[in-house]
Design a protein around this ligand. Structure first.
Ligand SMILES: NC(=O)c1ccc[n+]([C@@H]2O[C@H](COP(=O)([O-])OP(=O)(O)OC[C@H]3O[C@@H](n4cnc5c(N)ncnc54)[C@H](O)[C@@H]3O)[C@@H](O)[C@H]2O)c1
Ligand SMILES: [Zn+2]
Length: 669
């Protein structure tokens, strides 16, 4: 391969890996299996080794994959939270063993090498700081250097001691894995609508820890195993002692670990747990092998991303072979069509698999799927299995290629596919039953209008009886209407109507999200609300202005324009306005601190204090924060000494520019 091509491949691998990292850590979902992901990463690691001249210092091979969020306070870790090197092969493990022994020989401490083997729990890493026996701080791993402060959420984990007894170091950190048991995962999923179900316990755990409302987290019944301690002057010298000691302090330590002195013993442990792990109450995806002695750990040290004294061995995802019976199609809330493969039942990872997701038409094409094909199905921690391949040699001669449907299976409208997009859509947004019901379900959900007096079944009834055909109809519902539904009595009917009425207090950005405009998620809704301030302006906003809003790309901008170009939508919006929903952002609550007199600020560039904190203080002092320019902006805050595009624009528009120090002065006055 020419070197330019290698460089190209490395760049494109990094891009793809970053994309999957983003999905995995920020959005709690994945498009490929962990094994496929690890293959990509390993390919990049290999290329960087062979072509160090092309290695990018910011490569995903050099960084822990996650990030911090904006929703929690960010905390710098006292001790970095790292990832683990991983492998799927015995050969690599033997190499690891050799490396460790060699590394220690140099230090003269190779004798009496011991490993502790543990199961690799598939959840979310957490770090807990205890001071004077009390849980003081809980953080996520984040980017390894900084994590989210999720103390309130961690406190809902019942097996996590809040107060410790006994002889303890004054301050120390314990680290472990927060997880959701299979049982709890199934219980939770059973309460969710088909389209809202979580894919696997890990994603659910991650999503739960990110919830803003700890009361909701508490309902999720998370659990936690601890497997590491950090601190100064700790009363132990080996990992094994650490595990035993923290157990005696009251921490939940899984008793599945084992001390091994040879790599053969490690391999036996791996073989033993391959089947046994499936009877554990939680998901595991491999085992972790750690050097036992702290002194030896220290001598071996760390790479940029992981300790040299530990490695994860991951079990191959389970693969089953079965026959495709048919492909059916589901219609989502926004009309997107998802093909589903119906399979002849096959036993896989302890469950019977009958269906697998096919994502979209590209996937069917990629697999070159034909009728009655024999297919390989994989289930790597995912609840929804994936078809990973087709046994073409077993294909029946007359079998035809699977053709993606042309009409909506629910309303028979001709499907459309937008240039450059993977999904097909049913364009009949206001007349297609699953879209109508899906939109209403989206509208009432907690993050949107938060109408908890309505449930999926009630919506179904309201729709069946023709009482509700769109979200605006909800606000015309009367107690008599409610009483006409099955199972409703005076009290429950009143409650239902009352609940709808209470939702009128929902802030504008949530109303905007509730409309269910394609691609307008919660974050984008907030950005749009901040920028346009009211529905009226947003509604007539030209494409270019929409695209200029941070986080709003071409696709989103176009989707917003399309939405408001459809008269059926604007009619609904108008009816919602008449019903009394909030159609503009709230005037800032000036409260008793009106220092900044409602003036608006836009922060740009780097600051000595975290931007979110500065923004919080501006709001608390009666100012407004804008994430981008508009004519209404009063101040641009920037520390930059050179002219930036923003400061230039501010000067042109006659907007005052403040330094951070000047902002501080305004805040303090
Ligand atoms: N499918 C995808 O698109 C996708 C995308 C990104 C990452 N991933 C997966 O995520 C993983 C990469 O994430 P990572 O960097 O967090 O590495 P990792 O999850 O493989 O290993 C590090 C983590 O293991 C956990 N762990 C569980 N049990 C442990 C134990 N007994 N001792 C120590 N640690 C233990 C800790 O949380 C630690 O942070 C890979 O397995 C990868 O396949 C998948
Ligand atoms: Zn349809």
């Amino acid at each position: 391969m020419a070197t330019t091509e290698i460089k190209k491949e490395m760049d494109s691998l990094a891009k793809v890996i970053n994309h999957h990292n983003h999905l995995y850590y920020q959005e709690d979902r994945s498009e490929i299996s962990d094994q496929e992901f690890d293959q990509l990463l390993n390919r990049l690691i290999g290329l960087e080794k062979d072509y160090p001249e092309f290695a990018d210092p910011n490569s995903p091979t050099q960084r822990v994959g996650g990030t911090v969020t904006k929703n929690f306070e960010n905390v710098v870790h006292k001790y970095r939270m790292l990832s683990l090197g991983n492998t799927y092969s015995e050969e690599d493990l033997r190499e690891f063993d050799q490396r460790v022994r060699k590394g220690l020989e140099g230090e003269g401490i190779a004798e009496e090498l011991e490993y502790i083997c543990e199961l690799k729990f598939d959840g979310v890493a957490i770090s807990l700081t205890y001071r004077n026996g009390q849980l003081a701080l809980a953080t996520t791993r984040g980017d390894g250097t900084r994590g989210d402060n999720i103390t309130a959420n961690a406190k809902t984990i019942r097996t996590l001691p809040l107060q410790l007894q006994g002889q303890l170091p004054e301050e120390f950190e314990v680290r472990g894995e927060v997880f959701m048991s299979h049982k709890e995962f199934e219980r939770l999923n059973a309460t969710l609508a088909e389209g809202d179900k979580y894919a696997n316990p890990r994603n659910t755990t991650s999503g739960s820890l990110k919830l803003q409302d700890s009361a909701l987290v508490a309902k999720r019944k998370l659990d936690c195993y601890l497997y590491a301690v950090l601190g100064e002057n700790l009363p132990f010298t080996t990992h094994e002692e650490a595990l035993e000691t923290i157990k005696s302090w009251g921490f939940n330590v899984s008793q599945t670990y084992r001390k091994c002195t040879t790599i053969e013993q490690v391999l036996t442990y791996i073989a033993e747990w391959e089947e046994k792990r499936k009877s554990l109450p939680l998901e595991t995806d491999g085992i972790v092998i750690k050097v036992n002695s702290y002194k030896q750990q220290q001598a071996l040290g760390y790479t940029a991303k992981s300790p040299r004294w530990a490695i994860a061995y991951k079990y191959q995802a389970e693969v089953g072979i079965t026959r495709l019976s048919s492909v059916t199609y589901q219609v989502g809330r926004t009309g997107s069509i998802t093909p589903v493969a119906n399979l002849e039942p096959v036993a896989l990872a302890g469950t019977t698999v009958r269906r697998a997701s096919l994502h979209n038409a590209n996937e069917i094409e990629r697999l070159d799927l034909h009728q009655s094909d024999m297919v390989t199905v994989e289930k790597g921690g995912e609840i929804i299995p994936k078809i990973t391949g087709v046994l073409t040699e077993e294909r029946q001669e007359a079998a035809e290629a699977i053709q993606f449907i042309e009409e909506c299976p629910e309303c028979k409208t001709t499907l459309i596919r937008v240039e450059g997009e993977a999904n097909h859509y049913c364009p009949n947004t206001t007349g297609c039953p699953p879209q109508i019901k899906g939109k209403i379900e989206h509208f009432i959900q907690r993050k949107a209008m938060n109408i908890d007096s309505l449930g999926e079944r009630t919506i179904d009834q309201l729709f069946q009886r023709g009482l509700v055909k769109n979200v605006a109809d909800l606000f015309d519902l009367t107690i008599e209407d409610a009483l006409s539904l099955e199972g409703f009595k005076e009290k429950s009917a009143q409650k239902m109507v009352e609940g709808i009425k209470q939702s009128l207090a929902t802030p504008f950005e949530q109303v905007l999200f509730a409309l269910g405009i394609r691609y307008v998620g919660q974050t984008v809704a907030v950005k749009l609300a901040e920028h346009f301030e009211q529905m009226e302006t947003l509604r007539y906003a030209p494409l270019e202005e929409l695209e200029a809003v941070p986080d709003v790309g071409k696709q989103i901008a176009k989707s917003v324009v399309d939405y408001f170009n459809d008269e059926k939508n604007t009619q609904i919006v108008e009816r919602l306005e008449q019903a009394g929903l909030k159609m503009k952002i709230e005037a800032v609550d000036l409260g008793d601190n009106d220092q900044l007199g409602g003036k608006s600020f836009c922060l740009s560039g780097k600051f000595s204090t975290k931007k979110s904190i500065l923004e919080g203080r501006i709001k608390a002092s009666g100012g407004k924060v804008m994430s981008s320019f508009s004519k209404k902006l009063d101040y641009l805050v920037s520390n930059s000494e050179k002219e930036t595009t923003k400061t230039k624009k501010a000067k042109e528009m006659g907007i005052a520019i403040l330094s951070e120090v000047q902002l501080e002065q305004m805040l303090e006055n």
